[in-house]
Design a protein around this ligand. Structure first.
Ligand code: ARG
Length: 475
């Protein structure tokens, strides 16, 4: 496509300015008005929507069969150019919609001028963008399912692997690594349900709303809606062209999913720290230092953590574009694609990067097991033993074991290293039976309540999750 000057873009041939304007845009105005560098990502959806529109125009007799066939032939050529990446962009043509129409005209001549009958760029862009978000949801959903499947696979392998469970990032109770991984499976499951929910809500068709008021042509909105896989045409033409809450849904779903990704990333970062030494990231997912030869840095996880901040920013960006906009369309809305595309890229990249890291993860079971014993993680088990076996009220047992821990701490030993006589001196009710529950393996096995950390519960959770979320067994 030849580069037009601003003067020419005001001339008779310019698709939008052709009739009304004698002069072209100021160069800065042309540059800031152009969205092609962002909305070129809607090309495929724009073509799809045009195919549906032209078929409807023919079916309703609004344009002739011959004209429709010619437009379809031309659209195919443009689609091919887009697929081949040979469509040239020109800021004078503003956006992807005008590019495609202009290119169509180049290929088929004046029949192209009928494509925009009973259509406005307002319903066109709303339709394209909904289609784009729907496609994006389908892609991200697959990526999230792969992440879940990978986590399930690890959870199954590590149903018995001991590690410390934390609250306040202080050792709390012994858990299994499988239990920890499964927490993320259900988190991502809720993210996927938010995706499904938002996808269903956006799946109504704005096409035919035209500028804001509908059209005098006898169009068939049900036909275009159906052809594009929408559940129904949107009810109100003004709402159809001015609504962008589907964008906010997308951005908020992405922001929350990003927060979940950041928490998993943070666990990877902590666990790979040599002071923890719980995991080793594969070399393909580790970076080095320019000065410290020993370093294996978890940069990918750190970048995922940082991107989650950007995702929250994109949500605010989208909300602020919409805030207090009068009905119906305003050019502000052109600015809604930037945060959405960026959000999708971060979301997808984060999901895939964590899957890649996890796929190749090496777990240091011994280090995890050793750490599981630190910080009196079996104190609750000792208290529970007093309740179970000595019928002691829990709060009293809590105080007794608190005293045992304080004593053990002074001696620099673990609870199970305290001599029985020392325990009995603090609480005469205690007998050697308590030693059995102090072993971490026993402690995790005992936490066999639904959703608990026991190997049995972890295996059941994996089974449930695979069913519930329709996951492949091989992550
Ligand atoms: N590039 C525009 C956008 O993305 C297309 C809609 C233009 N509509 C208009 N009334 N100027 O929002």
């Amino acid at each position: 496509m030849s580069k037009k000057t601003s003067q020419e873009s005001g001339g008779a041939k310019h698709p939008v300015r052709g009739g009304r304007f004698a002069r072209g845009l100021a160069p800065l105005m042309e540059r800031m008005n152009a969205s092609i560098h962002v909305d070129k990502r809607l090309a495929e959806q724009d073509i799809r929507a045009s195919f549906a529109h032209v078929a409807m125009l023919v079916a309703t007799g609004i344009i002739s069969k011959a004209c429709g066939a010619n437009i379809e032939r031309g659209l195919k050529r443009v689609a091919q150019e887009i697929a081949d990446n040979t469509l040239a962009y020109d800021e004078a043509l503003e956006d992807i919609h005008m590019h495609i129409e202009a290119r169509l005209h180049h290929h088929i001549g004046d029949d192209a001028l009928s494509l925009h009958t009973a259509r406005s760029r307002n319903d066109q862009v709303a339709t394209d963008f909904r289609l784009w978000c729907r496609d994006a949801y389908d892609q991200i959903d697959k990526a999230m399912a792969r992440l879940q499947a990978c986590l399930c696979r690890h959870a199954e392998t590590h149903a018995e692997t001991l590690m410390p469970g934390y609250t306040h990032l202080q050792n709390a109770q012994v858990i299994t690594l499988g239990h920890h991984f499964m927490a993320y499976v259900f988190m991502v499951g809720r993210d996927r349900s938010r995706v499904a929910d938002a996808r269903r809500r956006l799946n109504e068709c704005p096409l035919g709303a035209c500028a804001l008021a509908g059209t005098s042509f006898a169009i068939d909105r049900a036909m275009t809606a159906q052809a594009l896989g929408f559940a129904k045409p949107m009810d109100n033409a003004m709402d159809a062209v001015s609504d962008r809450d589907f964008v906010v849904d997308f951005l908020s779903t992405a922001a929350l999913a990003g927060v979940h990704l950041s928490r998993l990333a943070e666990d990877m970062i902590l666990w790979s720290n040599p002071s923890f030494g719980f995991i080793r990231l594969d070399e393909r997912w580790s970076t080095g230092s320019s000065i410290m030869p020993q370093k294996r840095n978890p940069d990918a996880a750190e970048l995922v953590r940082a991107e989650s901040g950007a995702l929250a920013g994109h949500l605010i960006d989208g909300l602020m574009v919409l805030k207090a906009l009068p009905l119906a369309y305003s050019k502000d809305m052109q600015r809604d694609k930037q945060p959405t595309f960026s959000a999708y890229d971060s979301w997808m990249q984060g999901t895939q990067a964590l899957t890649g890291m996890l796929d190749t993860l090496h777990v240091e079971q011994e280090a995890m097991g050793r750490a599981a014993r630190l910080g009196y993680t079996n104190a609750t088990d000792a208290a529970d033993w007093l309740v179970h076996n000595k019928k002691m009220p829990f709060r009293k047992a809590h105080h007794v074991v608190g005293a045992l821990v304080a004593h053990a701490e002074k001696e620099g030993v673990t609870l199970d290293e305290l001599p029985l006589a020392t325990m009995q001196a603090l609480c005469p009710d205690i007998d050697e039976g308590i030693l059995a529950v102090l072993a971490p393996e026993k402690a995790v096995r005992a936490r066999n309540s639904l959703g608990g950390t026991s190997p049995e519960q972890v295996r059941l959770a994996v089974k449930r999750a695979r069913q519930m979320f329709n996951l492949e067994e091989q992550g």
